[in-house]
Write a protein that binds this ligand. Sequence first.
Ligand code: PMP
Length: 394
Amino acid sequence: MKSFATRTALTSNTGVEDLIPDFDAKLISFAGGLPDPKLFPKKELALSSQRVLLDGTENPLQYHNAKGYYPLRKLIATALAQEGAAEDPHHILLTQGAQQGLDLVAKLFLNPHDRIAVEAPTYVGALAAFTAYEPTYLELPMSPDGLDLDLLERALKQTTIKFLYTVPNFQNPTGFVMSLTKRQRLVQLAQNYDFYILEDDPYKHLRYAGADLPSIRSLDHSGHVISLGSFSKILAPGLRLGWLVADDPIYTQIRLLKDGADLESPALIQQIVADYLVNNDFSAHLQQVQADYQQRRDWMLSALETNLPAGWQTSQPNGGFFLWVTGPENVDLNQLLRTEIGPQDHILYVPSTNLYASKNVNNGARLSYAGASHAQIDAGIKVLCDAFRAQKPQ
Ligand code: PMP
């Protein structure tokens, strides 16, 4: 133990391992952001696997290179162009999930104690990735239209940041969306104060109402935005396939770091996904996925509307996987999870503490509706709200 790097002291309790517990048939989990396996296109992916392995001419079982399978990068570039964000495939690198993008970007920029800005609350896995590089955090509180840019601007007048991390669409954990005005102002700030924006956008295709907003990267033409995408929520997380888009010199540096991390993402998976996208109606699949999650969101919101005690609030997201519930100040939802709900009723959620870099807010909970059935939502929300009602401020 003594020979472990100092960073392990910081990463020993990120909370990520609590998100996906060992299998327990009685457990109702609103914790992990797990898509419903029923929505995975198993048959289509099996057919693609067979085509790639048996008929493919592109050596799917061979080593290739760190940038990733060019035809898939081209397909991603085409999709981005259709969304109004034209990209050169040479600026796209395929990663092992968006998670690897978070790690590589942190590895590229951070010396110990370098300052980065994060949303408060933010994605627990991002904190886990960044914290290993020992940064100093500047936390920017979230509102329904995005992070607090006044606070950011005040801070930038006094200090520098290496990058700002944001999940602009249906943020994990709040479900909030950054407004267009804030996106534009953030880009302006990045240009004026010369910091990078790390835009992590795995939920943008899971919109249930309202119109898409332009990506932050598409609003910048000065190379200040690195963006991450993922097939995890729209196809299947077991593929471990995502992408990173950046300009040079960042792109080249990230590619070199990826060489050192894993040489490349699995070529077989990249070719299977490319084949799947070419041979199937992906927008029909997306529509089906959206419709399903929208129903679960509606179901959970209405269960909360019926059961949530006075003084408790929930966000009303127009997309993504998560609802953000907050109780009166001084309620400690960690204690609740450990003592009253956990062992007895087997209901899991993510208490807010680990979702703040400062770990100092305990009265929030992230609830995921993505993986739970309507019956589980009904039963679980009822028990959870009864337990909320019984909470005494600490
Ligand atoms: N970013 C955010 C905001 C996420 O919610 C997740 C997954 N929960 C990830 C990144 C990691 O996703 P992937 O499976 O693509 O690594």
